[in-house]
Design a protein around this ligand. Structure first.
Ligand code: ARG
Length: 490
């Protein structure tokens, strides 16, 4: 460190302007990389041994201090009294305080540019593991909802107009499909960023003879070292990808939330949220608001904003590293947090959403949701579909006039309007019959929904054995109980 306390201070005689000093300080945003930074310091120290810069004995001392610091921080949180400008200078300060000159040797042949790139990938892979696990939990909650309501009817909508009856289970499993793709997207993104940038130096590669393959293996990167130092230090597309995977997840959650807000409206009355996830009004005593779902819808805006900001952050940057890139963490990390919390809250809200199954079934039988089936019955009686569509439409018009449903049309009306059909419409146009007819792969028939529930149960159990390399990660621990000055709270 130079006299002015900065790791880069030697060329500078004056102090930083205090306002700028605060402006450029990123510690409050990147402190959550502290554990990753310890890992990279340890791995780099080992690489320096193989490069002949440090001895085995030096490495043992460094390892002891790093392990001690990690244990101490896990137990007591990270000290808050640092004037370091970022997490890397903070960790270096701590190492120098305990190791003296030896601590100052660790930055040999390394730059904060390859360091931050590596830290971020290590941190991100833990986040991906955590998000994947949270999505799996939500999928399971939805699958269990579907299991309970595999045969329970609810109106299905297109254009938010009643369209055809579906089962509540079918609706729940629709979101499992979408979320399972979000899960895969996260895993794909991890697969692509699973390469080690350390050894890239500031932009051109380190000048020391380090074994980058060993370094990558030590840090458990699956695809070895990055292959171009300029790209490795300057690219952030993997952050954008993860931000997109989160944004897509949030978009799906937001649609789920919107559906449930609608289901909980007085006008529909399909769902009642339990006390665990509903809130009241400070003024209107009768209110019972679906705030959990509304907040999920709201947080989606925040996460999507992060994606847009990251793309914009990147678009004008020349290669290699530019300080603009420091803002990436400020954007992405809160988005990861918001996404994870939203997934967890969504699971709780789903578990606490109680369907009024009688009302749902009754409403599925009102509003001519069986008109398509009437046309289909006519087709089966030999009428070309286009004509059948017209005949069924006329029947709907007449039923509307009479104030009845299609299956309630008086026998005389049926005879005139639908001479091709002799059977009992009440039976063949019942909600149950309409549901049962959709007995096709992907259809809403209860028997199909039950089969899908079984399929998902097996798949989710397999997931739990699959992608869980970093499942010890606990984002709450990443809060680290630090009291660094926070930006204005949300
Ligand atoms: N804190 C910086 C970041 O997150 C890394 C430091 C690189 N600083 C530099 N002057 N090259 O991007």
């Amino acid at each position: 460190m130079s006299d002015n306390g900065k790791m880069w201070g030697a060329r500078f005689e004056g102090e930083l302007d205090p306002q700028f000093a605060e402006y450029q300080d990123s510690l409050q945003h990147d402190i959550s990389l502290a554990f990753a930074d310890l890992d990279t310091n340890l791995a780099w120290s080992e690489a320096l041994v193989s490069a002949g810069v440090l001895t085995d004995d030096d490495f043992d001392k460094i390892a002891t201090v790093i392990e001690g610091l990690a244990a101490h921080w896990h137990e007591h949180g990270i000290p808050t009294d640092s004037d370091a400008e970022d997490v890397h200078s903070f960790v270096e300060q701590q190492l120098v305080a305990k190791l003296g000159d030896l601590g100052k040797r660790i930055h040999t042949g390394r730059s904060r540019n390859d360091q931050v790139a590596t830290d971020m990938r290590l941190h991100l892979r833990e986040w991906v593991g955590c998000l994947v696990e949270s999505i799996e939990g939500l999928c399971l909650a939805l699958v269990e909802k579907a299991a309970v309501h595999a045969g329970d009817a609810i109106p299905g909508y297109t254009h938010l107009q009643r369209a055809q009856p579906i089962t509540i289970g079918h609706h729940a499993l629709a979101y499992v499909e979408a979320l399972s793709r979000d899960r895969e997207r996260l895993i794909d993104a991890h697969n692509r960023f699973d390469q080690c940038p350390l050894g890239s130096g500031a932009l051109a590669g380190t000048a020391f003879d380090v074994d980058r393959d060993a370094l990558a293996a030590r840090l458990e990167f699956q695809h070895g070292p990055t292959r171009n130092s300029l790209d490795a230090t300057a690219s952030r597309d993997h952050l954008c990808e993860v931000a997109f995977a989160c944004s897509m997840t949030m978009t799906n959650l937001s649609r789920l939330a919107e559906d449930y807000v609608f289901f909980a409206a007085f006008e529909t009355g399909f769902v009642r949220f339990g006390d665990a996830v509903a809130t009241g009004s400070s003024l209107m005593p009768q209110k019972r608001n679906p705030d959990a779902m509304e907040l999920i819808r709201g947080k989606a805006a925040k996460v999507q904003g992060a994606l847009q900001s990251l793309l914009t952050l990147m678009k004008g940057l020349p290669l290699g590293y530019n300080r603009d890139l420091q803002i990436d963490k400020e954007l992405l990390l809160p988005a990861l947090e918001a996404t994870n919390q939203s997934i967890l809250v969504a699971a709780t809200a789903i578990e606490n959403a109680v369907f009024d199954t009688e009302r749902c079934a009754r409403e599925a039988g009102r509003g001519y949701l069986n008109a398509t089936d009437l046309a289909d019955l006519l087709v089966k009686a030999g009428v070309p579909f286009r004509d059948a569509h017209g005949i069924a439409g006329t029947a709907v018009n007449r039923a509307v006039e009479l104030g009845v449903e299609l299956h309630e049309l008086p026998a005389a009306e049926q005879k005139t309007l639908l001479p091709q059909l002799s059977g009992d419409l009440a039976e063949s146009l019942s909600v149950q019959a309409v549901l049962d007819r959709r007995n096709v792969i992907g259809g809403t028939a209860p028997v199909r929904v039950r089969a899908e529930v079984e399929r998902w149960r097996i798949l989710i159990a397999e997931w739990a054995e699959g992608y869980h390399e970093f499942e010890d990660f606990d984002p709450d621990e990443e809060d680290l109980e630090i009291e660094l000055e926070q930006p204005d709270a949300e």
